[in-house]
Design a protein around this ligand. Sequence first.
Ligand code: GAR
Length: 198
Amino acid sequence: KNQIKFIKFFKMVKKNTCVFISGQGSNLKNLIFFSRDNIFPIKISLVISDNKNAYGLNYAKKFQIPYILINTRSKSYENKILSNLKKYNISFICLAGYMKMISNNLIRIYQKKIINIHPSLLPKFKGLNTFNRILKNKEKKTGCTVHYVNEKLDGGSTIIQKSFFIDKKDNELDLKRKTQKLEHRAFPEAIIKIFSQN
Ligand code: GAR
């Protein structure tokens, strides 16, 4: 009986979360999978994509999660984001392969409530095209970082990093595959870490 009460309690306090994507959505898929567990701290209540062709939208459809498309070239897109975050009562945001900058306004409103996953060991290799630069720089190690989002590109404080040693034979695709394998462990672990501290 107590166990049921305990599970219900966790179910009640799940944070309504919005996941932002731009592409493949493997991290979204992975977070959906984790969030279906009663004791995982978040519920994915909304998906936002700036790309109507993002493959990741299929996961929103398959798991019946509301999603909206935004056009970052339109003037009103920021309002569209804010009104939908409000509509779905969103209190936490995960950027999972979202390739646009988040506005300072949104960052202020969701102070310390927005996290991002990045395919390098930050502060190394901020920005785009990371795997190519990592190989050119002859790095021995690489990995992924989950961090809070602030106004600086890939600049907020780190929550979790996971790393691996680069093999001499590794090409960009190998690095991507190995990094994403770690991302799929790092993102849920970071979320558990955040909410077990609160
Ligand atoms: C992930 O590897 C993530 O680290 C990266 O995009 C990929 C998205 O994959 N993010 C960035 O580069 C952010 N600057 P996914 O769509 O399969 O989750």
